[in-house]
Design a protein. Structure first.
Length: 74
């Protein structure tokens, strides 16, 4: 038996996407913050720098997902 699935409105989709992508944003900033902490508290900067680069990559993925999903540039 096939069930009829309810479709979400564009606003409902956007609200759910905001909730999910907000987590990417927090995760990216937390990773970058941890990297900054590591860079300032250890004798070498390189391990902290890697964390900061990883956080920047997460934030860049956030931007790509938003642009691809919602065609911001149109």
């Amino acid at each position: 038996m096939a069930r009829n699935k309810k479709k979400m409105t564009a606003d409902q989709e956007f609200q759910i996407l905001k909730l999910v992508l907000d987590k990417f944003l927090w995760l990216g900033f937390l990773v970058m913050g941890w990297g900054m902490y590591q860079a300032l508290t250890t004798s070498t900067v390189l391990p902290g720098l890697w964390f900061m680069v990883a956080g920047a990559v997460l934030l860049f993925l956030f931007v790509i997902i938003i642009v691809k999903e919602y065609e911001v540039w149109k």
